[in-house]
Design a protein around this ligand. Structure first.
Ligand SMILES: [Zn+2]
Length: 205
């Protein structure tokens, strides 16, 4: 039962937004300040060629902290859709956690990464097989959320994650570390066979 693959479900790629797809502008909801990170456009073009749904999952504690209201995130989503379209890609879903970090909130939500709630909700909504899906992010909270959801994880090595890797729980160790995004090529710490699934020619979504 646990190993059964649901053939009607699709693999997907979950993408972190700030620091991964876009330059990190803290608490930004101004569409005019949304800019691609280096290499993101070419990576997105390549990912779109796999045919897999592309779903953004983003922590947005600025809602709970009172920096902006949720409706402003709809402008962010609309701008993101246009940016994806400019790369020939389609944004299948935009999920965000509006809650504050647990210590500040005084309660634990299940959606703020490193919790896997956003990925699980997106999977239910879009018929996604999490076990065949990928989570791509720039910090270990993204990796941990992806692993908790059962995805294969990619950590973009752009300097945003300062953890030196020692003493990590296994849930925070990525399957793959991605370098040289400008060339849209991938290096890998672990599973090359799995990594090749990202190649458009070999993916059957
Ligand atoms: Zn949350």
């Amino acid at each position: 039962m646990a190993d059964r693959t649901d053939s009607h479900l699709t693999p997907a790629v979950f993408l972190d937004k700030d620091g991964t797809l876009l330059e990190n502008v803290p608490f930004n909801v101004d569409p005019l300040q949304m800019r691609w990170t280096a290499g993101a456009q070419s990576a997105l073009r390549r990912l779109s060629q796999t045919g897999m749904p592309l779903i953004v999952v983003s922590n947005q504690p600025g809602v709970a902290l009172g920096y902006f209201i949720q409706s402003e995130l709809r402008l962010v989503e609309a701008r993101l859709q246009r940016m994806f379209a400019s790369c020939g890609a389609s944004l299948t879903g935009f999920y965000y956690c509006p809650h504050a970090p647990h210590r500040a909130a005084g309660f634990s939500c299940t959606c703020r990464k490193p919790q896997p709630g956003m990925l699980r909700r997106a999977a239910r909504n879009h018929g996604v097989d999490l076990s065949r899906s990928w989570m791509v992010g720039d910090i270990l909270d993204d990796v941990e959320a992806g692993r908790a959801a059962g995805c294969t994880t990619v950590l973009i090595d752009n300097g945003n994650e300062n953890d030196n890797g020692h003493g990590q729980k296994c849930e925070r160790v990525p399957e793959c570390a991605q370098y040289a995004r400008q060339r849209a090529t991938f290096s890998c710490r672990g599973n090359h066979r799995e990594l090749r699934r990202l190649s458009p020619r070999s993916v059957r979504a």
